[in-house]
Design a protein around this ligand. Sequence first.
Ligand code: G6P
Ligand code: MN
Length: 442
Amino acid sequence: MKKEFKIVICGGGSTYTAGIVKNLLEEEELKIKELWLYDIDQERQEKVSLIVKEVVKDLRPSLELKISTDEEEAFTDADFIMAQMRVGGLKMRVKDEQISLKHGCIGQETCGAGGMAYGMRTIGPMVHLIDVCEKYASKTYWIVNYSNPAAIVAKATQTLRPNARILNICDMPVEVEARMAEILDTDLSNLEVDYFGLNHYGWFTKVQCNGEDVTEKLKKHVAEYGYVSKASYEDALVKDPDWLHTFTNAKKIVNYFPDYLPNTYWQYYLLGDDIVDYMDINNTRGMQVIHGRETKIREAVKKLENGEKIDLTQFYVGVHGKFIVEVVKALAYDTRSRQLVIVKNDGAVKNLPDDAMVEIPAYITKDGPEPVRVGEIPRFYKGLIEQQDACEGLVVEAVIEGSYKKALQAFTLNRTIPSANVAKEILDEMVEANKEYWMELK
Ligand code: G6P
Ligand code: MN
């Protein structure tokens, strides 16, 4: 019989939980002994769990969903920890966005000043999670981490806990691949990509569909329409106007830099002026999420509390859940499935530093990722990545050392911030806003 596992979703109160659980339960090959939700916010988790219980009732009524805010209980003997914490919640996401925009800079969850501030909040709790897993979880535990900003989290956990069994991942590349599949009118599972970069900072260098090289065909489409096709208008994610805008922006990037196909996040780094114009300080992305996903959750919970039925499909968006479950399955059963994940470079990209945390293809085995060799990358891409890697490294050092100087260097080095003057102004406001979360910077 196949081995059965205890799985814990850390950040159980997230709006993504229902979708992840749906994919977990639909993956029949993955045998689940126990499924736990863990969160530090009991009230929020209890509410979200009402929806998650409906998902379980629908797909696997025999499974008992366990809910806890107690670390020892939740993590004892855990095999897989799917982490998706948002330190400071959406309230702080909005602050990150607004403080940056007030100074004319990109106000975004993971990019620029907002991403660095969020990173400085998240490093401590992520390291704590590793320590908790080392203490209570199964000796062969794996943390599969979606918590953002994944690039900074990866760099920090690699520096502070190099032996931890944590694999940092992001669904953006695979979400772009889903758009590519729509463009090509094929199934996502038929695609295989080559890719390099940092998280939210990478490029597709080759795309194959059932073994046929379709890179140039895709470039042609993207140069005209972005990552949008007729089929993608049916997709729940693309129906969100902000995401439609994002997927469309790839068009300009491919026209400027036709070597490769970009990750959508390049819009913030390469088209900063366009995006600052597009962003609205009174209706930031975080505010849209509060009014969108969060409201949906609240309304569904109210209905369930009144004994009414809810439509669960509204919580199943994109390939987010499917991807993390695929990675867990590969670690669980040594499937050697090829996925884009964030790993220590160690020569995979020949002309990048060994300690860069790069996002590249890897074969996922029971012992972790086996990265592919990427080789050398051209100067433009190398330059961009080295600058960002140095910036993210300085964020991590600023946190470890409590160093204001390093934080200011990081903010100054980031492409989305035009000068040391602006960097200092934003950093000083971020220090104030993050008093509850950051260590003191000296
Ligand atoms: C993608 C990225 C995530 C990010 C999310 C934000 O999925 O990979 O890292 O958190 O987008 O989406 P939202 O709808 O919250 O703006
Ligand atoms: Mn991501």
